[in-house]
Design a protein around this ligand. Structure first.
Ligand SMILES: [Zn+2]
Length: 394
């Protein structure tokens, strides 16, 4: 059986019409729960965080379970999306994003599972709040998950298997100086803006090295022109594919603000958080090999790639689930120009069918042999979770 393109496109269009901006996914999650039960014969639960976990029994396979993952939330403006199909490409009317990120991924998962004759036991997980710091994946109830291998449908191009991601630190700085009249008694003031600005010369910004970046994205300070500014606040970040480098850069940025402030008699309060931790799958990892074969089986030249954008795969890999990220065909995500070509959705679903077929044949160890299901997770629920509360990753 092949992928039912028309059905998949109709289903996708229905999905994008249901609002699901981050934090407000409940209606969409409930819709998906019914859809998966009806279309795939799945049994399902919604965990305490509101993530959807569906189980689809194996068909013609005794292989180990496989996680199929996507996210329910979209960025804004995502309210009142109306899909328009023109020349085989689906877009929004122009005032909103489309929400192909990640609803195309969800539609492709459903179409691929329906079209496959052989599948391993499937755990289909659709999480909330991915776009605001991978919160859903971090708060997923891992006691519901048996899979130790997985596929996240949340990348762009179809010929790429994402096998690594960065360590990503969020850095919030609040600088406090002392206010005073700028003309009458400036001697009494300490400028928080100046204190913060001084720190900039002590850390690099932009592309620090080929695998490391740093950025101050928001800088706010002061209230009136003729007053010495008492407060300044910054939102910065740094990333690296090498965790130690990200860690050292975070320390350097923290120290720069603290010392610069202290030098002029101000104070800098710095709070940092690890949004996600670097991971790197081996090119020989069974899931990487299976994904490459599946892409090649669909007449594309497969390549692996490591990205500095954060995805849920970093959280799944940290929780002992060997997870690759595959493309869904979406373009210009996070903008009102977002689109997806029907042809690309079809191809993405076909790649997933080919991958399900391969995963049905083999368990975790690879090779041609089937393996009994329930091969045992290496980590207990939450054991390796980052734990810290999460805010905005983007
Ligand atoms: Zn996404």
């Amino acid at each position: 059986m092949t992928v039912q393109t028309r059905q998949m496109v109709d289903s996708f269009c229905e999905m994008v019409r249901i609002d699901s901006e981050s934090g407000r996914e409940q209606e969409f999650i409930q819709y998906l729960q019914k859809l998966m039960e009806r279309e795939l014969g799945a049994s399902s639960v919604i965990d305490a965080f509101g993530n959807l976990v569906c189980r689809v029994p194996a068909r013609g396979s005794t292989a180990a379970p496989l996680l199929l993952a996507a996210h329910a939330d979209t960025v804004s403006p995502g309210i009142g999306v109306e899909p328009v199909i023109q020349d085989g490409v689906i877009r929004s009317r122009g005032e909103t994003i489309l929400g192909a990120d990640d609803k195309a991924g969800i539609a492709e998962i459903i179409a691929a599972v329906k079209a496959s004759t052989r599948v391993p036991p499937l755990e289909i997980v659709v999480v909330r709040c991915e776009e605001i710091g991978l919160k859903g994946a971090k708060n997923l109830d891992y006691s519901l998950i048996k899979a130790t291998r997985g596929v996240l449908m949340d990348s762009d191009v179809l010929d790429k298997v994402v096998i690594g991601g960065p360590s990503h630190y969020l850095i919030d700085v609040e600088v406090t100086g002392r206010s005073a009249h700028a003309g009458m008694e400036p001697e009494k003031g300490v400028s928080a803006i100046r204190a913060a600005a001084l720190a900039f010369q002590w850390f690099p910004e932009g592309r620090v090295d080929p695998e490391t970046t740093a950025n101050v994205g928001i800088f706010r300070g002061g209230a009136i022109r003729n007053g010495i500014p008492e407060r300044a606040s910054l939102r910065a970040e740094c990333r690296s594919l090498d965790h130690q480098k990200a860690e050292r850069l975070r320390e350097r940025i923290e120290k720069a603000f603290r010392e610069a402030a202290a030098n002029v008699g101000a104070r800098a309060d710095v709070s940092t958080e690890l949004a996600c931790r670097t991971y790197r799958l081996s090119e020989d990892a069974p899931m990487v090999q299976a994904a490459m074969e599946a892409i090649r089986a669909c007449q594309l030249e497969a390549k692996t790639s490591v990205i500095t954008g954060g995805t849920d795969a970093s959280v799944y890999n940290e929780n002992g689930i060997e997870t690759v990220v595959l493309g869904i065909g979406a373009r210009d995500e996070h903008s009102v120009d977002e689109s997806v070509a029907i042809e690309d959705m079809e191809k993405a679903a076909e790649i997933l069918v080919a991958l399900l077929e391969r995963c049905a044949y083999r368990g975790r160890s690879g090779g041609g042999q089937s393996e009994a299901s329930g091969s045992g997770r290496t980590h207990g629920p939450g054991e390796k979770r980052t734990g810290a509360p999460v805010q905005g990753t983007e």
